[in-house]
Design a protein around this ligand. Sequence first.
Ligand code: PEP
Ligand code: MN
Length: 334
Amino acid sequence: MIVVLKRGAEQDKREQLINWLKNQGLGVHISEGEYQTVLGLIGDTARVDMDLIESLSIVDSVKRVTEPFKCCNRKFHPDDMIVQVGDVKVGGGNFCMIAGPCSVESEEQIVAVAKAVKASGANMLRGGAFKPRTSPYDFQGLKAEGIELLKIARQETGLPIVTEIMGTNYLPLFEDVDVIQVGARNMQNFDLLRELGKLRKPILLKRGLASTLKELLMSAEYIMAGGNEQVILCERGIRTYDDYTRNTLDLAAVPMLKELTHLPVIVDPSHATGIARLVRPMALAAAACGSDGLIIEVHNDPIHALCDGAQSLRPEQYDDLAKAVRRVRKAVAE
Ligand code: PEP
Ligand code: MN
C-alpha cells in the first residue's frame, strides 16, 4: 500500500502517522521527493483502514498495490482449487452441471426433475427450499420440508444436493446438505459468511445483484478466512440499465475471476437472463469462455412453476443444452 502525503505536511503529524502504522506491525519505507513524500507500507495491509488514512489532513491519497484478498488470491495459490462434493469434482478442468427447479414444490416434482437431469448428464441437483422473493406475498419455499424432499431425490438418484440458506438460524437444517448456496441477496451477509467459514462443507457463493468482482472475492475471503476453503463462485448476472433481460450476464467476469483467484467459477444463465430461450446460448458461451460449470433451472412443468417458470427449461430442452455444452467443451479443448 502506498500513502502519498500532501505538500508541506507538518512534521509532527507525519511522525504520528508513521508511528501509528509501525505499531500496526507494518514496515514503512519513506521516499522523500522534491514535491511529495510517499510512504510505502510493507507487510500485511489487509487490515489497514484505507479510508481512515485517506481522511487525515496530511494525506493526499492512498493506493493499494496488492489485493486485499489473500486466501482466494491466485498469486498465493497458483494451482486451481478443486472443490470436492462427494464423488463430484468442481474446478481444475472438472466441469459441473447443476440443474433442478428454482424451488422444490413436491416430492413428485423434485424426484422427476432429478431423474431427468441426471439422465441428461447433470451431476448435482439444485432446488430452493428457502426462497428469497422480492414480494413477501409470493411463494417462499417449502422450507424444512423442501430440504427433506431434496434428500429423497438424492437417495433416488445419487445426485448431491445444492440449496440456498437465508440466515444463520437455519444452519442446523443444512447439516446434511451437500453444497450450501449463498444467494445474490446474501452475498454480503457477513455474519452468515463467517458462520459458513466455520463449516467444512462446499459453499456456492453467488455474485450480488450490483457487486463488483472485488466485493465477490472479499465475500469468499470471509468464508475462507474461517478455514473453509471449499468455495465455488457463481456469476449470475448483474443489474444494469437494460431491462429486456432480467440481469446482464457479465461473462468477462469468468476469465477475469479465473486470473484473480484459484477458486472454481460457474455461471447461472437462468437468473442472468430470466428468459428460457436465452439460457442455451448463454450456457454455451459460458462453457466456451472457461467456466467450471453451469447451474440451470429445469422444471417438468414450467408454466405452472411456483417460481421462475419463465426462465426454466423443460427436461428435453436441458437434454439438448447438455449435449451442446459437451460439444462446445470438446471444441474449446482442441
Ligand atoms: C437461486 O439460485 O435460486 C437464486 C435465488 O438465485 P440468485 O441468488 O442468483 O438470485
Ligand atoms: Mn430461481
